[in-house]
Write a protein that binds this ligand. Structure first.
Ligand SMILES: Nc1ncnc2c1ncn2[C@@H]1O[C@H](COP(=O)(O)OP(=O)(O)OP(=O)(O)O)[C@@H](O)[C@H]1O
Ligand SMILES: [Mg+2]
Length: 187
């Protein structure tokens, strides 16, 4: 621990934000030397682990920021149970090219048919691809904008809602029709 070179490496790893390696440096070095691991294998494994840790952290933080009501994945969606949905179309949507094209995606269907499930699952895929994502119900969105308007903070709130690259607005169908008409008129 008082080896100046180790201390310097730890300090530099900290500056590079390679914290996992920094914390486990001595164990990693001892294991590599014991197992006679090649330099390239050592560096390769170390970087792979740092990157996978960073990815995990990114997923956890971005998923929390997205405010999903629950976590549902595409892998747990049973396409045989919902034959009206073409899995190929959903697979194409996971590429997120619709986000790059700034296109809207509308999921229509009777209650309980997996619209919210699919929207969360697609949101998670977007997060994996580093698209900032936010989930809200239409009612919560309108309430939040109304509140901001009443508090003279509408512009600030609109800026907040403009940050995500993917915004999922669930339960639009439950919003009273007169509000939907007003939204249309505002456009
Ligand atoms: N094809 C499916 N495979 C796996 N789970 C499904 C499928 N369809 C629905 N579910 C599950 O059924 C429940 C209801 O689905 P979900 O909430 O997504 O429906 P919805 O279409 O959003 O309904 P609503 O219009 O009432 O909001 C969820 O727990 C969801 O995971
Ligand atoms: Mg729903």
């Amino acid at each position: 621990m008082d080896n100046p070179q180790i201390l310097r490496i730890q300090e530099n790893l900290k500056l590079l934000k390679l914290n996992r390696t920094g914390q486990q440096l001595e164990t990693l070095l001892q294991e590599a030397s014991k197992n006679e691991v090649s330099y390239s294998d050592f560096l390769d494994k170390l970087l792979e682990e740092e990157i996978s840790l960073k990815h995990e952290k990114h997923m956890a933080l971005s998923t929390a920021l997205a405010k999903f009501p629950y976590i549902k994945t595409l892998e747990s969606f049973d396409f045989s149970f919902q034959p009206s949905i073409d899995p190929k179309i959903i697979r194409e949507l996971t590429t997120c090219s619709f986000i790059n094209r700034t296109e809207n995606l509308v999921l229509l269907g009777p209650p309980g048919t997996g619209k919210s499930h699919l929207s969360v699952a697609l949101g998670l895929k977007a997060i994996q691809k580093k698209y900032r994502t936010l989930f809200t119900s239409a009612t919560a969105l309108i309430a939040s904008l109304n509140k901001a308007y009443a508090e003279n903070r509408l512009e600030e709130k609109l800026k907040f809602y403009c940050v995500p690259k993917l915004m999922i607005i669930d339960e639009i169908g439950y919003v009273p029709v007169d509000i939907r008409i007003n939204i249309k008129l505002l456009k």
